[in-house]
Ligand binder design. Structure first.
Ligand code: GLV
Ligand code: MN
Ligand code: MN
Length: 424
């Protein structure tokens, strides 16, 4: 595979990328806050629709709010590529949009090569991949594939109390239509998602590698812990009279770090904590905190959660508080199609690496041959404003994706002798 970008390629990438730069900036937290169906995400959807239409692709929104742009008639056996446009709160620019922009530019690249695909290609933008608004990651792909109950989803709500059903209505979707979409799923023959690498595994395996191929996604899930105590005055309540839910909540934060010493390979994070009512001079009446736990083995993931909850319960008992635990999501370990992964790794000369980040591709992997490409991220930082990939590496990612699509769809007229990967 050719990795050296020509100035024209870099210019194309930078041009497309700059369209997104101003959309959904979070001036309070830094980075971007683009959440499912909010104004910023809708603006990006409009941008995608416009870009796809300009390329002569037919764009449609499925009944779960996922966007699809078709090169060729929708039909079983399509090769699907894309990612998501939403972000975590205060997230980086690349997680999600890089896969979408790369998909559009890969179409350009294939056309430059003169390819006429023998199978349809679809570019997809999946809704609420991060779960940043309604709490359930990969919402659109889970609904489409039937991996989550639609009634449960309709009742989920965001921090302002807006339900998924109401948010769907706002963008013109019929909430009753949310749920499994077997006809749509039947069109997906193969799925390839390109993504910025999150973490430092690619660099550890091969410091020179610009693009990697994913082997697996580790098991991961989210749990909400609600600790309830007695709201009271911060100044006048004697220590013995306190039932402060912040104390067991603090135990959760510390346990999430300490438990890792006895569970090698696991990670646990409390990234969000909400005291109610939340006043400096108020002992909270309750505290909600969200726990994110990941390990290759789902049984270890469960053991880590149990150990943290045990610490919280012990602290709660001593403090006179109660604890409620709700599992909000769970994704078992996903192994991507090993044959496809090896083929793409060989085709691209790219190392194969696992990841502990969740993706829509992981949801589709249970149904169709699925692969992921990772683009080098020098610092490994992700889900934060400092997330970064160099433009030249992103261009290499576009080329790699085009190579993969070309391999997977085949050319309707191979005798035409179009330009192959690495030529131009
Ligand atoms: C999504 O990026 C996740 O891994 O949580
Ligand atoms: Mn993410
Ligand atoms: Mn992502």
């Amino acid at each position: 595979m050719r990795l050296g970008p020509s100035p024209g390629d870099t210019g194309r990438f930078v041009g497309a990328w700059s369209d997104l730069a101003g959309v959904g900036r979070d001036h309070l937290r830094g980075g971007y806050s683009r959440h499912a169906f909010d104004d910023a995400e809708m603006q990006l959807r409009d941008w995608f629709t416009e870009q796809a239409t300009r390329r002569g692709l037919d764009v449609e929104t499925d009944r779960n709010g996922n966007l699809w742009a078709w090169w060729g008639e929708p039909a079983p056996g399509a090769v699907v590529t894309g990612s998501h446009l939403d972000s975590v709160p205060g997230g980086g620019a690349f997680d999600g949009p890089l896969g979408v922009v790369s998909a559009l530019l890969a179409v350009d690249e294939l056309r430059l090569r003169g390819l006429t695909p023998a199978r349809p290609i679809a570019l997809a933008c999946f809704a609420e991949e991060e779960g940043g608004r309604f709490g359930l990651p990969c919402l659109g792909s889970r609904l489409l594939t039937g991996a989550v109950d639609a009634d449960h989803v309709r009742r989920l709500h965001d921090a302002d109390g807006v339900s998924v059903a109401d948010a769907a209505r706002r963008i013109g979707l019929d909430p009753a239509g949310l749920g499994p979409d077997p006809a749509r799923l039947a069109t997906v023959g193969t799925m390839v998602e390109l993504h910025i690498e999150q973490g430092r595994l690619l660099r550890a395996v091969d410091p020179a590698a610009v693009v990697g191929v994913a082997s697996e996604i580790v098991a991961h899930g989210r749990w909400r812990l609600t600790v309830t105590g007695q709201g009271n005055h911060a100044g006048t309540t004697a220590p013995a009279d306190r039932a402060d839910p912040m104390i067991p909540a603090a135990a959760a934060v510390l346990a999430a770090r300490r438990v890792l010493a006895t569970h090698p390979g696991a990670v646990a994070t409390v990234g969000r904590i909400t005291p109610v009512p939340g006043g400096t001079n108020v002992i909270a009446s309750s505290v909600s905190l969200w726990l994110d736990v990941r390990h290759t083995d789902a049984t270890v993931t469960a053991a880590v959660v149990d150990a943290i909850v045990a610490d919280v319960r012990a602290e709660a008992a001593a403090e006179g508080c109660t604890v409620m635990v709700q599992r909000e999501s769970m994704s078992d370990r996903v192994t991507f199609d090993p044959g496809l992964g090896l083929e793409l790794s060989g085709r691209l000369g790219a190392p194969v690496v696992p990841t502990a980040a969740g993706h829509d591709a992981g949801v589709f992997a249970a149904h169709v041959p699925t692969a992921m490409l990772f683009v080098r991220n020098p610092s490994g930082v992700s889900h934060a404003p400092d997330e970064h990939a160099d433009a030249a590496d992103c261009v290499a990612g576009v080329r790699a994706l085009a190579d993969v699509l070309e391999t997977l769809v085949g050319d309707i007229n191979p005798a035409a002798g179009h330009l192959g990967a690495g030529d131009e």
